[in-house]
Design a binder for this molecule. Sequence first.
Ligand code: TMP
Length: 252
Amino acid sequence: MSEKRGFFITLEGPEGSGKSSQARQLVQALRRAGRRVTFVRDPGSTALGRRLRRVLLHADVRGMTPLTEALLFIAGRVQLVEELIKPALAKGRIVVCDRFHDSTMAYQGHGGELDVAWLQVVGRRAIGGLMPDLTLLLDVPTEAGFRRVGRHRDRMERKAQAFHRRLRRGYLALARREPRRIIVIDATQPKTRVAQHVQQIVFKRLRMGRVLPLRDPTVRPRPPTIVGGPAGGRRGPPLRVTRPTEKSYGMV
Ligand code: TMP
């Protein structure tokens, strides 16, 4: 996109991956480093998005088909992109978004067993092809994730475990297809360790993209290994990254 000058980062993951608190910490770290950051969540952040979020997540809403769900999530995202993300990127800001298009692919596509190829096309076209520069996928096994989810579960969290297992595999399949954009981080590690990985990867990518942070808190640690990154990124101690197993790709 010609008007895009900033840097677009998304965080993704199954339930209980800790992605929202990691997103908050990342935003704080970027701001401490002097970067101008717009922090949004999908669905949400716009007036319409907040309303759609209530409809989509309210446990009392019953019988919604995966396709209805997908189209509502996409509709909310179109609004978010037009109202907030595109203008922020045009001003050269870093945008951190808690979930985005990959969530629709994982949840409604793989979890809801929609036609994944069709959903890719529709989902991407709806947002004019605006995809993140970098996506951090916080991977956690379904059972471990649900141990972190509170007792009050929303409509999505109440779906069957089989749905959640499919969507986790779906996420890993997406990462396999786009290894440069989607970096998988093992979110079963202690939160501080996950935060370190997240920040190292982001600051390194910003340096590579010449979006130089004013003060870079990760200058001292050696650069991490970035799965799927260029050879130059392979120097530091290897990240504990969950590698998709063959079984994970059975669906694709
Ligand atoms: P979260 O903000 O706590 O992650 O909640 C959002 C919920 O909505 C979560 O269960 C994932 C789900 N979701 C989808 O199913 N499809 C989507 O496209 C998006 C953005 C979220």
